[in-house]
Design a protein around this ligand. Structure first.
Ligand SMILES: [Fe+2]
Length: 407
């Protein structure tokens, strides 16, 4: 066996490793990938890294025999590395092509949606409050998981219908992420957009990105369906921004699995935005991932799905320092009301996604908790307070609470 074959084995190994590195770099540049690795699903990425590195390892193992043309072992290793490199490069190329095709599929025309453009704000359309001042009537729910068999489609539809019938009409409806089960598939995004257009034709809508929506390159469908290119935000990002809604200042954060998506840029923008907002204004932060929450340890991954170690450590201190009044999130499929260090938290993962397991951990911050109930959270925001109303799928009242705006 000639030395050139062995050198070629080395080159092939390097090419396979570079292909794997390229694919991983692309995956980690996408929303929700870093969290996937952190929250117990790193095996997918490890498998790519091992497969991509194996041909190079074989070629390197043959290096000591590089100049010994008679060595059968050296020759065998070189041929094995070339063959394996060919298989790995072909496999990675097919995988990349499949991910691109699936995540970029788009059926036209797109359903017409009445979407909230963050920079344009939310117009108040209802009557004034008892004191004659304006009231922002916001409704929120999360984790509908369109496209998931175990999601409760009937409860989701009932919740949307009761929202459409609410009087006075709500000013906007936020879906706090996990719109779909798997973001790279187009069908559930389309199903969602069609159902929202049919049931809530007049309702200004603002869906957020959740960890499931991001999978894999799901941000492409999110943008096409719910965040057109022409939409402007004060941050420049389609994933975090602020929205003016009469007396309410709404701040949307990009927290998918936890604080892994809270990069330096987002942190700096949040600090700047909160510093520029008078503390007497009602400030409401919305995010997919929760902060304080009751919950459980995931059986498959061993990860703790309760009082979030990432968001509580990295983000909550900023919210406390700037006296944010209320934080509403999803991610955990429960309804919960909590209070922690002067900030009120609400979880409203109740738009159809299968309820999470019965909690084995009750958050010390918990004030009220409900599992297996679908519905929404209504916020009536005046200049001085935020009235919360947790409602079931038919609009029936489950729990009321009032937060006074920090002064
Ligand atoms: Fe979810």
């Amino acid at each position: 066996m000639k030395t050139t074959t062995k050198v070629f084995g080395l080159v092939a190994g390097l090419l396979a490793a570079a292909s794997g590195f390229g694919l991983l770099a692309w995956l980690f540049s996408l929303q929700a990938s870093a969290g996937l690795a952190q929250w117990g699903y790193g095996g997918y990425f490890t498998a790519v890294a091992v497969a991509a590195g194996l041909p190079l390892l074989l070629a390197l193992a043959g290096l000591p025999w590089l100049r010994r043309e008679e060595s059968k072992l050296g020759a065998g290793l070189a041929v094995a590395s070339i063959a394996l490199a060919g298989l790995v490069i072909a496999g990675l190329a097919i995988g990349f092509g499949e991910l691109q095709l699936r995540s970029r599929a788009l059926t036209k025309p797109l359903p017409a949606s009445n979407l909230v453009e963050p920079a344009a704000g939310i117009a108040l359309r209802g009557p004034a409050g008892r004191d004659g001042g304006p009231v922002a009537r916001l409704s929120l729910s999360s984790d509908p998981h369109w496209g998931k068999q175990s999601a409760n489609a009937a409860a989701r539809t009932a919740t949307l219908k009761s929202l459409a019938a609410a009087q006075p009409a709500r000013d906007a409806f936020f879906i706090l992420g996990d719109n779909v089960e798997m973001g790279m598939d187009e069908a559930p995004w389309r199903e969602e957009a069609l159902e929202l257009a049919a049931l809530l034709p007049a309702m200004p809508l603002r869906p957020l990105l959740g960890n499931h929506d991001g999978l894999v390159n799901g941000e492409h469908h999110f943008r096409k369906y719910f965040f057109p290119d022409k939409f402007r935000t004060d941050s420049g990002s389609p994933f975090y921004y602020s929205i003016e809604a009469g007396p309410a200042k709404i701040i949307v954060l990009n927290l998918l699995w936890g604080a892994e998506s809270f990069d330096a840029e987002q942190r700096a923008w949040l600090e700047k935005t909160l510093a520029a907002t008078p503390t007497e204004r009602p400030v409401i932060v919305l995010s997919h991932c929760f902060f304080a929450s009751s919950g459980y340890v995931d059986e498959d991954t061993g990860m703790p799905w309760y009082d979030h170690f990432g968001t509580l450590a990295e983000v909550a201190p900023i919210l406390e320092r700037h006296k944010v009044d209320l934080v509403v999130s999803g991610h955990n499929h429960y309804m919960e009301l909590l209070e922690r260090n002067g900030v009120t938290y609400a979880t409203i993962g109740a738009l159809g996604g299968k309820p999470d397991p019965e909690p084995t951990f009750l958050s010390p911050s918990s004030l009220w908790f409900a599992r297996g109930v679908y519905g929404r959270l209504d916020l009536d925001v005046s200049a001085t307070s935020i009235a919360l109303a947790f409602r079931d799928r038919d609009g029936g009242l489950l729990k009321e609470w009032t937060v006074k705006a920090a002064r």
